[in-house]
Design a protein around this ligand. Structure first.
Ligand SMILES: [Zn+2]
Length: 84
């Protein structure tokens, strides 16, 4: 299968600790993207298939913590603005 989009992001909890992670894999042949998620707030690990769109929103089924994945291009723009 051909990968259309793949990303792994480290997620921070409300204290700024990098305790969570999300991985999104979207194959060209599949309608839904595979999501593997570890909640930075409660440590809950879950796996699901989601409709893929940008920006991508995902929430923890255990504690309701929400994450937003913005596109890499947007992140690059942001870091350029910061002068990194
Ligand atoms: Zn959670």
């Amino acid at each position: 299968m051909k990968i259309e989009y793949i990303t792994t992001r480290i997620l921070e909890n409300s204290k700024g600790e990098k305790t969570g992670k999300i991985r999104i894999v979207k194959f060209k042949e599949k309608e839904l993207a595979d999501v593997i998620f570890k909640c930075p707030e409660c440590g809950n690990e879950q796996k699901s298939e989601e409709k893929f769109k940008k920006p991508f929103f995902y929430s923890c089924k255990k504690c309701g913590h929400k994450v937003k994945i913005i596109s890499l291009r947007t992140e690059i723009k942001k870091s350029l603005k910061k002068g990194k």
